[in-house]
Every structure is written in structure tokens, then in C-alpha cells.
Write a protein that binds this ligand. Structure first.
Ligand SMILES: [Zn+2]
Length: 252
């Protein structure tokens, strides 16, 4: 078998391995996305819960202040009832009025906070429902990922074994060129030569579709030595039907 023939065997096994792994990768990406979205919801939930704690504390503080002022107002009223002079009565009345204003500020403050609490609670209910929905999605993603992994496991082991066998035959230098191409081009590391017009010796690269010199075709037909596309650099090979079409007695 020629170098190119040996490399094609490795390439075909590699393509299958990449195909299997890409299904697992898609499941992994989906899981990562669900995990990220869940984290976002948890952060939002935590922030709202924090605000609620703060507002609840400060609302009850305002209520406490209002109650304290009320007590003071009651005391002053008591004293007003027992006031001996008009002057004393008026002084107490002024103080009561000032305190009433203060009380109503605290009451307004409490109401304002309670309204905010109401809004936040509604938001929290909505977020909690999104959260439990997302937890379900993440569970689905997790089991899908496990399924994919189990699904490809046996096939992957078999292919890795096959790869070990076919790769042993390939000369090191060719393998190195191939490995470098795979790293950047994956499935495009190798490509078949396509016949555009046999009579006019017009051939193209199956990867980049650019024209190839006739030498590329003849090298593969004669020795099957490592032949690369002059444009994109991929390793070229001949498919069986191309080889047949190029055979001396073949119809054009
Ligand atoms: Zn090319």
C-alpha cells in the first residue's frame, strides 16, 4: 500500500472519531449553558433575598419609631388635659404637632418600604419558578451528556484500536505532516482530487476547489507518494471512482 493509501485509512478512522466526539461536545456545551443560566438565576435570587431582608428590617424599624412617637404623643395629650395655664397648653400643643409630623414621616417610610417588599416578592416568585424550570433543564442536559458518553464509548474504543493498527504502517514524516494539518483543518486535512475535465487535464482540490497541476494527479496515480494541494496545502488522495476514471482504457 502507498503512503497516501495508508494515510487515508488513518484519516477515515479519525473522521469517525471526530464525528462521535462532536456529538458528545454538543451535549457538553448544552450542559455548560444550562449551568451558566442556573448560576445567573441563583445570583438574581440571592440579590433579591438580600434586598428583602434589608427592607423588612428597615420597615419594622420605621414602624417601631412611629409607635415610639405615638406613645410620646399620648403622654403629651395627657399632660395637655391637665395643663394649668394657656401658655403651658400651647407649648404642649406645638410639641404634639411636631411629633405628629415626625410620626407621619416614619409611617410613610414604612409604607414605602412595604410597597417595595411587595414588588420584590412578586419578582422572587417569578424567579423561583424560572429557577426550578432551569434545574429541570440542567438535569435533562446532564443525563443527555451521560447518554452520549455511554453511546459512543464502545464505538470509540473500537475505533481507537483500529487507529492504532492503521497508524503503525504510516511513515513518521507523513504522519507528522498529517497531524499538523489535522490540528488546524480537522476533516479538511485531506481531500480527494476531483476531475473537472479529464481530456483537458483539469483537476481540482476537493477541499479548496482550486485547480491542481497534472503532476499532482500523476504522482498519486503512479507512486501514491505524499502529495499536497498547491493552494491550501491539504494532503490529496484519489477516490476509487477517480482512479477508475483515470485508468488507461476508461471512458472519458
Ligand atoms: Zn486545496
Amino acid at each position: 500500500m502507498t503512503v497516501t493509501g495508508k494515510l487515508v485509512r488513518v484519516y477515515q478512522v479519525d473522521k469517525q472519531i471526530r464525528g462521535l466526539k462532536s456529538r458528545l461536545r454538543a451535549a457538553e456545551r448544552f450542559l455548560a449553558e444550562q449551568t451558566r443560566l442556573l448560576g445567573e438565576l441563583e445570583a438574581k435570587k440571592g440579590a433579591i433575598e438580600g434586598q428583602l431582608r434589608q427592607l423588612t428590617a428597615s420597615a419594622s424599624n420605621e414602624e417601631g419609631e412611629a409607635a415610639r412617637v405615638s406613645e410620646r404623643v399620648d403622654e403629651l395629650r395627657e399632660r395637655m388635659n391637665n395643663a394649668r395655664t394657656n401658655k403651658e397648653y400651647k407649648a404642649l400643643l406645638t410639641e404634639v404637632n411636631t411629633l405628629k409630623e415626625e410620626r407621619s414621616k416614619h409611617e410613610d417610610g414604612a409604607i414605602e418600604r412595604l410597597e417595595k417588599i411587595e414588588v420584590l416578592r412578586t419578582q422572587l416568585v417569578e424567579i423561583e419558578s424560572q429557577h426550578s424550570e432551569r434545574v429541570r433543564m440542567k438535569d435533562v442536559a446532564q443525563s443527555a451528556r451521560k447518554e452520549r458518553e455511554a453511546e459512543i464509548k464502545d464505538r470509540l474504543v473500537a475505533l481507537e484500536g483500529e487507529r492504532g493498527e492503521v497508524i503503525a504502517d504510516v511513515p513518521n514524516s507523513a504522519l507528522q505532516t498529517y497531524a499538523e494539518l489535522v490540528e488546524h483543518r480537522e476533516d479538511e486535512a485531506m481531500a480527494p482530487i476531483e476531475i473537472e475535465d479529464r481530456k483537458r487535464h483539469e483537476f481540482t482540490c476537493g477541499s479548496c476547489m482550486m485547480s491542481l497541476p497534472i503532476e499532482s494527479m500523476s504522482a498519486l496515480l503512479s507512486h501514491g507518494s505524499l502529495t499536497r494541494c498547491v493552494s491550501c496545502g491539504c494532503i490529496l488522495y484519489l477516490e476509487e471512482n477517480t482512479r477508475e476514471a483515470m485508468a488507461p482504457g476508461a471512458k472519458k
